[in-house]
Design a protein around this ligand. Structure first.
Ligand SMILES: [Zn+2]
Length: 285
């Protein structure tokens, strides 16, 4: 195994990209993670499987088992092999919010093509009053991030009673995979809940992450009874508590498959990413 380490910013963010060089052929190999969080510094690392830009191009091949992912965090977001639903990791349990609206816990062997996780250590608490929509929430969180520092990562959990909660999921895909924006044109489902208690898991990525992930906020939701959830497109609430975990380490594990390795990742996908992350237009259709 060949390891390449590089510093990608001047704020102590280390990117560890682990690349395994194996034989050729149409391979897609399961990745192993050998190093665990041995000290506090490692707990404060955001771990990422693949690039969001790989997922949006259509690489839905799972590469990291749930059991391995959980070595690197107990909270996070992502998706599953074949784009089989939205991933919510909370308190060390991985849940799938599926396209039919159901939620289930996911077995250790299921493979993950894209995810971000970290170990949640509460650094800051923000009591939030009435919020009318998701943009208002993002603006409030942005203000807090401006105060704490915009150039690091934040994993936030927001526990509360949500007046409205609008989520989406998507149907599992079969190869050959289509790009994510195309898949979502036909294969996403929307669920609108009212007066639902639960937890939003929100990831903030700093502006320089625009080639590796979505910058700004990415929110997933799971209800307190673990029956409902998905990728958050809209919400409102009267009050909620946001707990922020700031994270100044970053580690990324790339997938090993020919589809991913063949992508031209110099192509700017920012418009597509904005579309797949928010997709408010198709919700109204
Ligand atoms: Zn999502």
């Amino acid at each position: 195994m060949k390891k390449i380490s590089s510093i990608i910013s001047n704020i102590c963010v280390s990117t560890l990209i682990l690349l395994s060089i194996t034989g050729c052929g149409a391979w897609s190999r399961q990745r192993e993670i050998n190093e665990g969080p041995e000290d506090e510094d490692q707990r404060d690392t955001l771990f990422q499987v693949s690039l969001l830009q790989g997922l949006t191009f259509g690489d839905y091949h799972g590469s990291v088992p749930v059991s391995e992912l959980m070595k690197r965090g107990d909270i996070g977001i992502g998706t599953f092999d074949g784009l089989n639903g939205e991933l919510i990791a909370l308190d060390g349990v991985v849940y799938r919010a599926a396209a039919d609206g159901s939620v289930e816990t996911v077995g250790n062997d299921e493979l993950i093509p894209f995810s971000n996780v970290t170990f949640f250590d509460e650094d800051e608490v923000l009591e939030i009053g009435a919020v009318a929509d998701i943009d208002e929430l993002k603006a409030l969180l942005d203000n807090k991030v401006k105060e704490l520092g915009v150039n690091r990562f934040y994993m936030v959990r927001i526990d509360g009673d949500f007046t409205t909660m609008n989520v989406r999921s998507e149907y599992s895909q079969k190869e050959p995979y289509e790009p994510l924006a195309k898949v979502l044109e036909t294969d996403q489902t929307f669920f609108d809940y009212e007066n639902i208690e639960g937890t939003v898991v929100a990831l903030y990525c700093p502006p320089y992450m625009d080639s590796l992930n979505a910058t700004g906020w990415h929110l997933h939701f799971i209800s307190g009874d673990r029956l409902y959830g998905g990728h958050v497109l809209g919400l409102s609430f009267d009050s909620a508590t946001a707990k922020l975990d700031y994270t100044d380490g970053f580690e990324m594990l790339l997938p090993e498959n020919e589809l991913f390795n063949g992508f031209d990742l110099t192509i700017d996908q920012s418009e597509d990413i904005k579309k797949v992350e928010t997709d408010a237009e198709s919700k109204d259709n």
